[in-house]
Design a protein around this ligand. Sequence first.
Ligand SMILES: NC(=O)c1ccc[n+]([C@@H]2O[C@H](COP(=O)([O-])OP(=O)(O)OC[C@H]3O[C@@H](n4cnc5c(N)ncnc54)[C@H](O)[C@@H]3O)[C@@H](O)[C@H]2O)c1
Ligand SMILES: O=C(O)CC[C@@H](O)C(=O)O
Length: 631
Amino acid sequence: MRNGKKNFIIDFDSTFTQVEALDVLAEISLEGHPERKDRIKKIKDITDVGMNGELNLRESLDQRLALLDAHKKDLESLVERLKKQVSKSFKRNKEFFNEHADRIFIISNGFKDFIVPIVSEYHVKPENVFANSFEFDESGKIVGYDRDNALSLNNGKVEQLRKLNLQGDVYVIGDGYTDYEIKVAGLANKFYAFTENVERENILEKADHVTPSLDEFLYINKMNTAISYPKNRINVLLLENVHPRAIEQMKHEGYNVEVYPAGLDEDELCEKIKNVSVLGIRSKTQVTARVLESANRLIAVGAFCIGTNQIDLEACLKKGVAVFNAPFSNTRSVVELAIAEIIALMRKLFDRSTFMHQGKWDKSAKGSFEIRGKSLGIIGYGNIGAQLSVLAESLGLIVYYYDVEEKLALGNARKCHSLQELLSVSDIVTLHVDGRPENKNMFGEEQFNIMRDKAIFLNLSRGHVVDIAALKANIESGKIAGAAIDVFPQEPKSNNEEFISELRTLPNTILSPHIGGSTIEAQENIANFVPNKIMDYINTGSTSNSVNFPNLQLPTLENAHRLIHIHENMPGILARINKVLADHDINIVGQYLKTNEVIGYVITDIDKEYDKEVIKALRNIEHTIKFRVLY
Ligand SMILES: NC(=O)c1ccc[n+]([C@@H]2O[C@H](COP(=O)([O-])OP(=O)(O)OC[C@H]3O[C@@H](n4cnc5c(N)ncnc54)[C@H](O)[C@@H]3O)[C@@H](O)[C@H]2O)c1
Ligand SMILES: O=C(O)CC[C@@H](O)C(=O)O
């Protein structure tokens, strides 16, 4: 077999096209037939049994043709439909077919009548198509097929290949048992089980390599020209029960997705993250510098939430890992919960309900108030704080706010110039600050002391911002008349762990398991938003909305290759990149640079034809953190 040349044997049904052609033919030929549904199902079942090697091929063909009741004119419609259903990765790799036209053979147990018109559009030579041919009666009805052709028999592909007596290496790409048989007969160097359209368990185990797309096949054989990296090689690990929409989106993109319902601790994550390219988490999983040390392939982290204090953003930057979150998707949910809790606390609703469940009827107005006309102090006037301000005002609350940054007052909200000022005027105080480390214990005994007597306190931001012992003491003393706490310094990793807190059993204290953003709407919004940001980053290099990378919105790549260079922010790196490009006579089509304190992010679009040595040279520039090429 050896002469250095490579021959490619490609199956047609469910490999070259996404479908089984006879199944599609049945839909056409049985249009209006009284047994249409039943027959189509039977045909599909026979196809599957045959593909698994459990039914004699000739029998399977005979049975299906009898059920089909097809006519020559149906073949025209069939070809039109099949043209639209060529496998996606085949469509984008037309160049491969063109370049290797002499060595590409379609060997199929299907029929030339529809295969040739489809594959010819991909430069496959008609004389390189080996398949059966239909036989028609005078009226054009399909009545049989050429029975002398080995391809209507079991092991027909093997026989056909023997006749071809190909010189050089032989690679077989197909989804069925008959493709595997070629390898068994010793006529192929390798059998690649093609799973872009169907996965047949009994074939997967036997294959030399499972290839979820033609890109993967071309990549491992160093022949990829259509896309730089097969998506199935991008391993995604999604933790903490992210919404199924995220899983669906990432699988649809072609990524290899693993899902885990709870969070992982540092040791577990260090182990799991080794081959992960994209990590998806919510608020529990700590992405520490140590975790990042173990991450050999990580390119992006998606926080399926707002807060990113659980991620060491600086360590991510130093490692060239871009972090994305969903800054708006769950804000409304948090605001609605805060409003509900303010009313519930002002009416002591939870305690009253608990008493009722214990059989105690305590009808009284004592300690119960309307919220109308009361003052609400919002600490942290960001996306949540500002939205709460608008809703609270519409319910008749007088809104005060305090933020460390200059913020525009919405509606009639009044800005306070210090935290003390806000605390001294508010009947209700609610925390909506971000989780930056400086905010640890920002609210403690001193702040509770300044608060009005019998005020209400809410924290739906981050657990570590409140000194829990001080809160407990102030609730017990009656200084704080009610509290709603959704976030805690220590939260259970999963629903199976016990919640331990000093706040348990305190009066008029609503404790909720970090559910501010846990609504179906919010989780679905997040699951739409974050994967798209990550996919955009992987596909184009765009970093818009990244929480740690310099934000660059890039044009779509057309007729060029994109070089993405992430480096430590040192003087002169851009000059060095451009010197390397100039030394290799590269024509730059576009260049974009943005830096922050830690890294420089340079994108260079170049003409498609270039000396590939330049890649090595760019990778070797001192202070390079990560480098990738996109096309
Ligand atoms: N409970 C939940 O389920 C839930 C859901 C979503 C968000 N969150 C948390 O809510 C908080 C607010 O979210 P956001 O989207 O409004 O964030 P944001 O970044 O838009 O707003 C935070 C605001 O707090 C201000 N701030 C920070 N430290 C401050 C301080 N010490 N004093 C005063 N102001 C300060 C910032 O300047 C900013 O304006 C975050 O901690 C987020 O993680 C919780
Ligand atoms: O859903 C979560 O785990 C976190 C929700 C919230 O704290 C956020 O930061 O968005």
